[in-house]
Design a protein around this ligand. Structure first.
Ligand code: PLP
Length: 689
């Protein structure tokens, strides 16, 4: 009984292999028929398969071999064959993507070529033609284009460049049978195209491959190289005794398939279109199931396809978003343990493979950053030839989302930040660099394209938009620039937030000077009313943000910040400004020091923002100390620190009408109270100055 239960449990274990059983009973029967016939070695059925393969691709010649690797080997050795007019010589160079298969590379080395690697495009996993062009020099005689997992590069451009420079183009299409570029099958653009029928590829004959070309001379070379270098099967006018069974007119290998694999391959080949369609549907379903789940936070990135490429898939690459990379090996362990078979994305960065060291292929110091990142972040699972069940979809999805559970706890929260060099930005980073990882925008916030490029790569849930032009004379003089930085940058960011599904909390520091009807003076250097550019741009930005809040599920948090000070600010802010004036023996008249102010220390502002961030609060919050001081009182406090200075020409208290104060109730309810009072601020400031 226990044995029975155990067996039952074992048989129930979920399995999602790289490939379901793609062989139909008829495929196998065709193979068995060949075995029964006694004609197992390559014969008429192989020819039939070759013909129908060539017809399907629209090429003149197809030659079956025993594997995709053999197809590569044959085409490279054909490309340097003395019977070929345009051929490469030992020591010439060949360009190859650094993300490739081992037997895309080694035939090049075995034939005496020096490989030059090209990094891949991280989105398509294939190379960019522009990067290939950069590697072409006088010695380049061959390009091995490896079409990765159904995708490709811009093939017409690549073909034209190769033609123009008389470079031999081989397309390793072992992973992309059935894919098209601009309605033309991959593998048919270059001099040779190679295909693999290994297990889990678009079709399988167990083992097997095909090499195609359009040139009769090339076909003859391939044909003879496949079988010992002999002439058999070819009509060669220029070769003496070419009808003789054992006339060896070329060098050679034996890379022939058997008719058994040809029979299986040929029968399955009829279902290629159907497989392609089902795989495409299955892929779309897997993606849809994942991204529609409420746990979706862009944990994974899926392979992109260039324009004009119509892909034929066989695997489903999954690339982990940056912050999950460290969990990759643990996730793969979980997937494999739970029955989901995985593979690395082809070779990863081939430069890391031990064979490169052994064979001393060190012709570059390049880093191949994209292939490296892909190696660290990517893997693939299978795409089956039968429609995927909901059960399988859920298993794949739920196992993939286990990435959230295994994320190392001590991973710092990542925060996007603009204005990191400003007063607020630098103070916030100084205070909280141990708690957060800051992803800083280093450019000009008014440069939309640059901002967008940065945003597109940005993988954060929290965002601090600190970049601003503060209320100094400069702002009032250069209104356009102030408008751009304070308002247009917010509008650009709103536009970008609409496309970004990752950011959940967004903070914007506004100003206390936005109360429309007040008559406050902004500060010593800016004797303007709140209708000034600064106040108005901030107010409009607030409005736009609140409007956007209604359209999208982002917590918009606005902090209206009161006059503040920090230790390092020399100019522009009230306390430092007064301090320096007093030090330089300025005679200050009380009339010029009208407003009552509410000062809050920069560290307190940082603490308030920290609290709002950790509680993911939305809405408008005043950030003030609620300690109202007249400016002459502040000046008095400063004078205690700057001995023997006469400060005022008139000692007269000004009325209450310019009082500026904030109601901190909402922040107080969250448990926030400023820690630094004005005396300490002034004392600390005096110590440093
Ligand atoms: C790009 C590429 N080229 C060549 C091959 C070799 O094919 P085969 O396994 O049939 O030798 C593979 C195998 O997966 C491949 O992915």
């Amino acid at each position: 009984m226990t044995v029975y239960i155990k067996l039952l449990k074992m048989s129930k274990k979920f399995k999602y292999p790289l490939l379901d059983n793609a062989f139909s009973p008829q495929d196998l029967q065709k193979g068995i028929n060949v075995l029964r016939s006694g004609q197992i070695t390559m014969s008429g059925i192989t020819k039939k398969f070759e013909k129908s393969f060539a017809k399907y691709l629209g090429v003149k010649y197809a030659l079956m071999v025993n594997s995709g690797s053999s197809a590569n080997l044959l085409s490279v050795f054909a490309a340097c064959n003395p019977y070929r007019k345009n051929r490469f010589k030992i020591g010439d160079e060949a360009i190859i993507p650094v993300l490739c298969w081992s037997t895309s590379l080694w035939p090049l080395v075995q034939a005496g070529l020096k490989p030059r690697f090209v990094d891949i495009d991280p989105h398509t996993l294939n190379v960019k033609v522009s990067d290939v062009i950069k590697k072409i020099n006088n010695k380049t005689k061959l390009i091995m284009a490896v079409h990765i997992l159904g995708g490709c590069t811009e093939m017409e451009k690549l073909r034209n460049i190769a033609k123009q420079k008389k470079i031999i183009l081989i397309e390793d299409t072992c992973e992309s049978l059935g894919s098209k570029y601009n309605k033309k099958y991959l593998g048919t653009f270059g001099d040779f195209g190679t295909y693999s029928f290994y297990y889990s590829h678009q079709i399988t004959s167990g083992e097997g491959g095909m090499v195609v070309c359009n040139n009769y001379e090339d076909y003859c070379i391939l044909h003879s190289l496949r079988s010992h270098g002999w002439t058999r099967g070819l009509k060669l006018k220029n070769i003496k005794n070419s009808d003789n069974k054992f006339t060896f007119y070329n060098s050679g290998f034996n890379l022939r398939p058997t008719d058994v694999s040809a029979a299986i391959g040929l029968n399955q080949f009829k279902r290629l279109k159907k497989f392609q369609q089902i795989r495409d549907e299955n892929r779309n379903k897997i993606i849809k199931t994942i991204v529609n789940d409420k746990r979706w936070k862009n944990q994974f990135i899926f392979q992109k396809i260039i324009k004009k490429c119509d892909p034929s898939w066989f695997g489903f690459p999954i690339i982990l978003n940056k912050r999950y990379i460290k969990s990759k090996s643990r996730l793969i362990e979980i997937l494999e343990k739970n029955g989901i078979e995985t593979r690395p994305i082809v070779s990863g960065n081939f430069f890391n493979q031990p064979a490169i060291k052994k064979f001393k292929i060190f012709n570059t110091k390049e880093k191949f950053e994209n292939a490296q990142l892909l190696e660290e972040s990517g893997f693939f699972i299978g795409l089956h030839t039968k429609k995927i069940s909901n059960y399988n979809l859920n298993q794949i999805k739920n196992n993939l989302f286990k990435i959230e559970e295994i994320l190392p706890k001590k991973n710092k929260i990542r925060i996007g930040i603009t204005g990191h060099n400003g007063v607020l930005g630098s103070a916030f980073i100084k205070n909280f660099h141990t708690k957060f990882e800051f992803i800083k925008y280093d450019g000009d916030v008014t440069n939309y394209l640059k901002l967008k490029k940065w945003f597109d790569k940005l993988d954060v849930e929290n965002f601090l938009h600190f970049a601003a032009k503060v209320p100094t004379n400069l702002v009032e003089r250069n209104k356009n620039q102030a408008k751009k930085v304070n308002l247009e940058s917010v509008n650009s960011i709103i536009k970008l937030l609409k496309e970004n599904n990752r950011i959940k909390w967004f903070f914007f520091p506004s100003t206390s000077h936005v109360y429309k009807k007040s008559k406050f003076i902004l500060n010593e250097n800016s004797p303007k009313e709140p209708s000034s550019v600064y106040a108005n741009t901030k107010l409009l930005a607030e409005k736009n943000l609140l409007k956007f809040q209604k359209q999208k599920d982002v917590n918009i948090c606005i902090g209206r910040i009161f006059s503040y000070t920090n230790y390092n600010q020399k100019k522009s802010f009230v306390i430092p400004s007064l301090f320096h004036k007093i030090k330089r023996n300025y005679k200050l008249s009380i009339e010029k020091l009208r407003a009552e102010r509410d000062f809050v220390h920069i560290d307190d502002i940082c603490n308030a923002i920290y609290l709002l961030l950790t509680k993911q609060k939305k809405g408008i919050f005043n950030i003030s100390s609620q300690k109202k001081l007249k400016i002459y009182e502040i000046a008095n406090l400063i004078s205690k620190q700057v001995k023997n200075k006469k400060i005022f020409s008139t000692v007269k208290s000004y009325g209450n009408k310019d009082i500026l104060y904030g109601d901190n109730k909402r922040l107080k309810n969250l448990g926030w109270a400023p820690k630094k009072n004005i005396n300490i601020i002034i004392r600390d400031f005096a110590k440093k100055n």
